[in-house]
Design a protein around this ligand. Sequence first.
Ligand code: AMP
Length: 117
Amino acid sequence: MSYDPSNVFARILRREIPAQVLHEDEHCLAFRDAAPQAPVHFLVIPKRAIRTLADAAGADAALLGHLMLTAAAVARQQGLADGAFRVVVNNGGGAGQTVFHLHLHVLAGRPLAWPPG
Ligand code: AMP
C-alpha cells in the first residue's frame, strides 16, 4: 500500500494541526500523544514519509537508529524517577496501528505489565 499524505502525522509535520512538540530536528519530531496511555506518552516520528516499520528499507537504518536515540533522550528529559520507559511500534492494523506514518510510542510513569495486550 502506498503512503497517504493526508494522515494525521503528516498533517502535524506540515503544521496543519497542532501538537505538543517535545523535540524537533532535521530528521524527526517528538510530541505528546493526544490520548495518553501512561503519565508520560509521546510519539517519535520521522520527517521522511514511511508508512510502517515494515516499509523501512536498508537506506533508513541510520534514521531508525536516530528515532531510537531520540526516544531515549526525550524520555530522559521527562525526568522519570526510575528511568524506566517502554518503546512500542505497532506495525499494521492487526497490531494496533491506526496512523499510517511510522511512529515510536514512548510510555512511562506507571508500572508497565508484560506481555502487553
Ligand atoms: P497507533 O495506534 O500505534 O497507530 O498510534 C497512533 C497514536 O496516535 C495513538 O496513540 C493516538 O492517540 C495518537 N494520535 C492520534 N491523533 C493524534 C494527534 N492529533 N496528536 C497526537 N497524537 C495523536
